[in-house]
Design a protein around this ligand. Structure first.
Ligand SMILES: CC(C)(COP(=O)(O)OP(=O)(O)OC[C@H]1O[C@@H](n2cnc3c(N)ncnc32)[C@H](O)[C@@H]1OP(=O)(O)O)[C@@H](O)C(=O)NCCC(=O)NCCS
Length: 177
């Protein structure tokens, strides 16, 4: 993928055990004490039906996204960016990259749950035209917070491809003005 950010030497890779030290540094900052363990990530990256991507700058992992393929659905399980690199469109790049990977695997829909209070994540998914199709009441056990259930449009459609690509390109046009 072309590097459209102002950040140098960005690379997107499939997550492997090589990335996990950096991932585990970001995890507690991003998700607090109920964060995933090394074992959880190892299970995920060895699962044939999952897709975990990382974004690295000069061999340092600064963000990641993961999802499971369940038939024609892609269930997004995690997304996090190192706090020092937030608001630089790293999550935009990760989500767009996951969309491309799953489109190639013939997935039709992307879905996830997100905390109702997570304005940054909700805005990100709304930017890519995800719709709220339900609420899981008290889904998050640490504080009984509701989870919004978000779904993408059909990612195999030409319209969604055009939408995603346009949103992505516009984001980086803004950056370079
Ligand atoms: C959510 C998260 C991944 C966003 O990462 P990021 O790289 O900073 O996001 P980006 O810079 O790519 O922003 C993409 C879009 O998300 C939205 N967004 C991101 N951060 C935001 C914030 N602090 N406030 C409001 N909207 C925000 C905006 O719509 C933004 O697009 P815009 O800049 O064109 O307006 C990051 O804040 C994070 O790691 N949070 C902790 C973990 C988490 O909550 N993960 C999501 C679980 S569902």
């Amino acid at each position: 993928m072309v590097n459209m950010t102002n950040l140098p030497n960005i690379k997107i890779e499939h997550m492997s055990s090589y990335h996990l030290d950096d991932v585990l540094e970001i995890e507690p900052i991003a998700f607090g004490k109920h964060h995933w363990s090394r074992e959880s990530f190892n299970n995920e990256i060895n699962n044939l039906y999952s897709c975990y991507l990382v974004i690295c700058i000069e061999n340092k992992t600064i963000g990641y996204i993961g999802a499971w393929q369940i038939q024609d659905e892609g269930h997004i399980t995690t997304l996090a960016v190192h706090p020092e690199y937030r608001r630089k469109h790293i999550a935009d790049i990760l989500l767009y990259s996951l969309f491309k990977e799953f489109k190639a695997k013939k997935v039709k829909w992307l879905t996830l749950e997100v905390r109702i209070s997570n304005i940054a994540a909700v805005n990100l998914y709304k930017k890519f035209h995800f719709k709220q199709l339900g609420v899981r009441k008290k889904y998050y056990q640490d504080n009984n917070e509701d989870g919004l259930i978000l779904w993408s449009q059909d990612i195999q459609s030409k319209e969604t491809e055009a939408n995603f690509t346009q949103i992505y390109a516009k984001t980086f046009e803004k950056e370079t003005v």
